[in-house]
Design a protein around this ligand. Structure first.
Ligand code: 5AD
Length: 450
């Protein structure tokens, strides 16, 4: 049977999609190749959110055509996911060695198309159509794929986005919001727990919009909070996380859920994008800086010690020094545990790409550096605050960099390394933090009673 190698770019949704494709192929008898060169099929699961991500995948594919495939003339090469969706057959027109282009609603068809290509029945396949119910096809898991996934799993609860932020390509690559049902998700989560999973991260482009159109509010609880409640009831599951929410989705029902549901970990990744109300409006974000600050305050009141991270874009069209300083000021005020900073990248067909006053690249770079310095300084101080503290971690498995060390995460989603062994894997345990590294804590297993 053929072997496959899948390389993933971009977000956790993409990682999850790749895992589901791999599980589908393994179920059909494929093996997972250790390297691209050893694979009969190489698939690049792509990201379109910034130009750099697209260029990386295109360069990789050019490389594959020039190297791996030279030694293996029968090797099948394919693009999956967001860039496949947004560029379609253009990808084959510019690089005819590419055999397959599979969009974001067609992952479940990978095996059938690869069969046809491997059998030489068709030369090229491009399928980027819309498919009803495709959101419910991302459900197979490969729990033995890596040590991490056997303890912690991602579950894709919805697809698509209706927010249409003016900078963002995602509504065009992922389509309209479509949610899976609560019973379907409960079945998937129960199966995962029965297979040893202890922590589930619910995934979606905007998870807080889950079920908005199909599931009415119940006793003041949104569909998303109803889903959290349902999953919380699964015996044997220890931890629940989700990503990414939208600030507009932080109603009181969700804030209260943190206090009410002990399995819901106190960590939140809440994309801010900008600290300037003028820019938030131009971005079509649907909240103000005051509302964002209010959410953070309520969350911290509900769960002191909650880990809060964010995404910020610098150099959005029309961003003045004053706008940017408001972002800096908001970061000083909130004291994020970490922030992912992105230089604005114009995306085709998005309104912001055609807005006046595009910010020169040199200023985008300069603001990126200034914000990064501030965010890192705050993050380092927060990490140092953990030294000497006792925290609970869920142990995921051996560290990739150093197999003698084991890795786990705190409830607030910080990575902890400690000298562990296979018996720790999948355990909830307490450690005392001894020192910090770059975005890592080093812990010593706490001895009860000391
Ligand atoms: N340019 C730069 N960053 C972007 N993001 C989304 N679109 C763009 C763009 N056009 C960032 C946002 C989002 C994160 C996943 O990527 O901050 O939250």
């Amino acid at each position: 049977m053929p072997s496959v190698f899948i390389k993933t770019y971009g977000c956790q949704m993409n990682e999850r999609d790749s895992e589901a494709v791999a599980a589908q192929l393994v179920a059909k008898g494929y093996s997972l190749a250790p390297t691209e060169a050893a694979a009969d099929v190489v698939l690049l699961n792509t990201c379109s959110v910034r130009d750099l991500a697209e260029q990386k995948a295109i360069n990789k594919m050019r490389n594959l055509v020039g190297t791996a495939r030279k030694d293996r003339p029968g090797q099948i090469l394919g693009y999956l996911g967001c860039m496949a969706q947004s560029r379609g057959k253009e990808l084959i027109e510019t690089l005819p060695d590419v055999d397959l282009v599979l969009g974001t609603q067609k992952f479940h068809r990978a095996a059938e198309y690869l069969d046809e290509l491997l059998a030489g029945k068709r030369e090229h396949i491009v399928d980027i159509g819309v498919e009803a119910k495709s959101e419910a096809t991302i459900r197979e898991h490969l729990l033995n794929g890596s040590a991490k996934t056997s303890v912690s799993a991602f579950v894709s609860i919805m697809q698509g986005c209706n927010q249409y932020c003016t900078f963002c390509i995602v509504p065009y690559t992922r389509g309209e919001e479509r949610s899976r049902t609560i019973p379907d998700l409960l079945t998937e989560c129960r199966e995962l727990v029965a297979r040893g999973v202890r922590e589930i991260t619910l995934l979606g482009q905007i998870v807080t919009s889950y079920g908005k159109r199909d599931i009415p509010s119940l006793e003041g609880k949104s569909a998303f909070v109803q889903l959290l409640d349902a999953i919380h009831g699964i015996d044997g599951l220890d931890r629940i996380r989700f990503t990414s929410p939208h600030p507009k989705g932080y109603g009181d029902d969700l804030v209260e859920a943190y206090a009410r549901l002990p399995k819901l970990c106190e960590s939140a990744h809440i994309p801010l994008q900008s600290g300037s109300d003028r820019l938030l409006k131009l971005m079509h974000r649907g909240y103000t800086r005051a509302r964002f600050l209010d959410i953070v305050e309520k969350l911290r009141r509900s769960k002191p010690g909650i880990g809060i991270t964010t995404d910020i874009i610098v150099g959005f069209p029309g961003e003045t020094e004053e706008d940017f300083e408001q972002t800096l000021a908001l970061c000083r005020e909130v004291q994020f545990d970490n922030a992912y900073i992105f230089k604005y990248s114009p995306r085709r067909d998005t309104p912001a790409a055609a807005m006046p006053d595009q910010v020169p690249q040199s200023i985008r770079e300069e603001r990126n550096h200034r914000l990064l310095d501030l965010v890192n300084e705050i993050a380092a101080r927060k990490y140092d605050g953990f030294i000497g503290r006792r925290v609970q971690i869920l142990v995921e498995g051996p560290s990739k960099k150093n197999a003698a060390r084991y890795t786990g995460r705190t409830r607030c989603n910080r990575i902890v390394l400690f000298d562990g062994s296979a018996r720790h894997q999948g355990q909830l345990m307490d450690v005392i933090i001894e020192r910090t590294g770059s975005f890592t804590l080093y812990g010593d297993p706490a001895v009860v009673g000391l």
